[in-house]
Every structure is written in structure tokens, then in C-alpha cells.
Ligand binder design. Sequence first.
Ligand SMILES: [Zn+2]
Length: 344
Amino acid sequence: MEPGLLDRLAQGPVICAEGYLFELERRGYLQAGAFVPEVVLEHPELVAQLHREFVHAGSDVVEAFTYYAHREKLRVIGKEEQLEDMNRGALAIAKEVADETGALFAGDICNTNVFVGDDASRKAVRAMFEEQVGWAVDAGVDFVIAETFSWGEEALIALDVVKATGLPAVVTLAIHQDPETREGWSPEDACAKLEDAGADVVGLNCIRGPGTMLPLLEMIRERVSGHVAALPVPYRTTDGQPSFQSLRDPHCDVIPGGRPFPTALDPFVCNRYELEDFARRAREIGVDYFGVCCGAGPHHIRAVAEGLGRTPPASRFSPDMSKHAFLGTHDRVPQEYKEYAEKL
Ligand SMILES: [Zn+2]
């Protein structure tokens, strides 16, 4: 038996790359707005390749690309009949890459966009989770990720469905501008409730960048006793604009609607050193499940891995500026070129 998620966490931090939607949208294989992973059925080879790139960069987990492959989203785009094929397809792709690389294989469920806190929506979201988790179990996942919940109660229902399978559960909340869930629970209270209800890993994903997620993680770490997850978006969010949806770009007046989210966030992207620094700081406060959410590229994942003291295969090509044509210190760089460096 290969070590599972909890065995690996007992040995040290685990990295789980996310951010498939944004990366495949940039590459032109799914649509911003709906954000449904249609690429799973249309170009499975591209999804497999992105999984491989993330593992190469340091991810310990291959997470099935079933984010927003749920019944409500498929209704929105009028393709509900593809629901099961899309889920089973995404799971098969992830399993293939997990098997070939030795990474853990995770199922994924997420915010349903129909939960409103009444009995009808409680029932509806439970049914949506049950069908997706059922397909994940059929595919043989090692654990299930339930992510991006802004309602604490919706996260608790997702957890309940995952726990019924006996598999480990990673549950992460999406905290928008106000530092609370939509029903008004503090992130640390919400995570404590999830831990008490049996979640193996609790924490935050998406929405907030490193700078505005870290303070919330400190409070969560103080409150809960188990594993804590941190998967920020790689954007420079601030106290005044703490979520990536709230960012505004004063240097650009050609963005449709004026809001950089989700397709004009380029000037706010964190560089790799900022992610490396985040990983180091979050590790210092006791976070032990890491990742980067919407906007992440493989270089961000490598930076997180290196921040945790690792050298994944991609570290073979981590920067070495000593070999640069002008800025380098290598003997082969002519003195005239080194001197010209100031004029670059
Ligand atoms: Zn995200």
C-alpha cells in the first residue's frame, strides 16, 4: 500500500497544485465567466499535460479537474447531459497521471452556487455532492477535496458527504472582502466547526492573495489542532482590496466593465519569490498543506516547493543568473558585456 494523504502529512507538508481553470482559460480551452472544464472532454491530453507539469514542479497531488463540473454549472451552459462523462473523464485523466508519477489522486467538489441556507438548497447541494463524490469513489481516489466554500454550512454538508465514504477530507473556505463566511462565521470558527465535524485538513483556498490570506491563517492555526491548508491566489491583494475580485487597476481604462477580475489581473500577478516567501511564512506558523489557486502557473508551485526546502524535478532549471550574457559572473561573459550591464 502506498502512503496516503495522512501518512504523508505525518511526514511533513503536502503540496497540491490547483488553478486549472485560469491556466486552461489563458491557453484558450475554456471560457471565462462560465468557467466549466469542458476541456476535459474536448482535449483530455492537455489536462493530463498540465497535471504532469504541476507534478514536475512539485505537486504531491493530482487533483481531478472537476471544479465547476457540477450539475448547476452544466445547466448554466446547457450541457447537463455531459455531467457524468465530464466527471468520470476528469477523474480518469488525474488517475492516469497520479499512477505514472506516484502522486496522490484526489477527487474534487466545490461551491455549488445554489446554496442559500434553506432546506430546499441544503437538499439540492447534498444531492450534487453525492453524485460527484460517488464518481470519485468509483475512480479510486485517495482522498476528496471540498473547496472554495463561502458558506460554512455548505462546506459542512460537503464534508458530511465525503466522510460517509470513509476517505480523508480536505475542506477549504473562500473568504471574500469581509473576513467571515456568508453566514457571518469567522474563518477560525468555521474551520473549528469543520474540524469538529471530522475534516482531516481545514483552511482557505482562492479569493485572497498571500498578503491578505496569511493573517487569517494565523487565527485559524491558533484555533484548530489538526492540519491547516493554505492555497492563495497568486495576486497582490491589499488591506483595501483584500480579494482578487475587488482589485482595481488605476493604470488601465480599457478593461470591459472596469473590473480586472478575472481576465485582466495580469499586472497584479505575484512573482515566484513572493510565493516562495509565502510558503516559508505559512510553514513557520504551522500550515502544512499548500497550494496556489486560480492564476497559478507551474513556476509558482515550484517556488512553493522550494520555499519548503524541496527540489522538485523542475528545480533543475531554477534560475542561475551567473550564466546571463550581461548580468552573469561566469568566466565566459566578456568584461565588456559585464560593464554594459548597467546600460541594459
Ligand atoms: Zn481559485
